[in-house]
Design a protein around this ligand. Structure first.
Ligand SMILES: Nc1nc2c(ncn2[C@@H]2O[C@H](COP(=O)(O)OP(=O)(O)OP(=O)(O)O)[C@@H](O)[C@H]2O)c(=O)[nH]1
Ligand SMILES: [Mg+2]
Length: 304
């Protein structure tokens, strides 16, 4: 009788944590091969847990990108962001801890306490290797290994793609046997409108400075897929941008509305690429006093 070779399928949750700006979202996008998570040069870009699913012939990895762990939470939204991170330590099959090689090595780094609670295998991902010399790479790796017991350490440049091909096989070594959690063609668990609101938020981070990006939240009010008169598919999207004060609203709008027009154009072009149809985007700016500390608002916005 012929021998049938049995393929072992591995499947599990791979959670990515680290400090703000370490490159977690860049790494997840590089691993999944899709632009799932928004990336900007400013810390605290990611505010929610975002899932990216990678399915191969004998594995499924369900990645979670998380907000950067905030050292001293200054408002309730920060507490909610830190809770996402603490939660991911509990339900991971494999943890990826991303450290920015240019960041200072500090014993009071709050992530150390979080990592100590992890019970799953943990990989140390030393990111931004394009910015440091080999000596620094060694020093940082040794510093971390003295504090936390990692299964493996890998140096990468998530942005340039260097070392990324070593990360997937390393994860696979620790992924448990099991059936897939999601259909093979599913990339995420979030609806399209979530990504649309994230694209708008990304543009706000890029176009406005100081406290403005941190004071904004975006909500999709309506999303209709229709057709123009000549039958071209079009998505009509109405989004609200919440700010905390009238002065911030004036900044978002800009003189004669020039700033919001620029924001609308840049966001629309990216949304069109993402949904692959024409888009009509309407933006409204609303003042919502201190929404970052308002439980009801945070709840409605999906933080609690
Ligand atoms: N030079 C260099 N820059 C990188 C690398 N990876 C990420 N970056 C940059 O670092 C910045 C932060 O990247 P993100 O992926 O948004 O970082 P994050 O950890 O998700 O940040 P938060 O969501 O704010 O916690 C961006 O400007 C990236 O382009 C890298 O390997 N090399
Ligand atoms: Mg991020």
């Amino acid at each position: 009788m012929d021998k049938v070779e049995q393929v072992i399928f591995r499947s599990g949750f791979v959670n990515i944590i680290g400090r703000p700006n370490a490159g977690k979202s860049t790494l997840m996008n590089a691993l999944v091969g899709e632009r799932m998570s928004i990336i900007t040069h400013k810390p605290q870009t990611t505010r929610h847990r975002i899932i990216g699913i990678l399915t191969g012939s004998d594995f499924q990895m369900v990645f979670s990108d998380t907000p950067g762990y905030v050292k001293t939470p200054s408002y309730r939204m920060h507490n909610a962001m830190n809770r996402f991170v603490e939660g991911t330590v509990e339900d991971a099959d494999v943890m990826l801890f991303v450290f920015d090689l240019t960041e200072e090595l500090e014993d009071d780094n709050p992530v150390i306490e979080v990592l100590k609670k992890a019970t799953s295998p943990m990989l140390l991902i030393l990111n931004k290797m394009d910015l440091v010399n080999p000596q620094r790479l060694d020093d940082v790796g040794n510093w971390w290994r003295k504090r936390i017991s990692f299964s493996e350490a890998i140096a990468v440049s998530a942005q340039k793609g260097t070392g990324i091909s070593e990360v997937l096989p390393a994860i696979l070594r620790y992924l448990p046997e099991g059936a897939p959690f999601y259909p093979a063609d599913q990339l995420t668990d979030r609806p399209e409108r979530f990504f649309v609101s994230e694209i708008i938020r990304e543009k706000i981070f890029i176009l406005y400075s100081d406290e403005i990006p941190y004071s904004c939240e975006v909500q999709i009010e309506s999303y209709h897929e229709t057709q123009t008169n000549d039958g071209t598919p079009i998505a009509r999207i109405h989004a609200s941008i919440f700010v905390m004060r009238e002065t911030q609203k004036a900044i978002i709008l800009g003189k004669n509305g020039v700033s919001i027009k620029k924001l609308g154009t840049q966001a629309r072009m990216d949304i069109e690429r993402f949904v692959q149809t024409k888009v009509f985007l309407e933006l409204t700016v609303k003042v919502k006093d201190n929404w970052r500390d308002d439980d009801k608002a945070l709840n409605r916005m999906g933080y609690l």
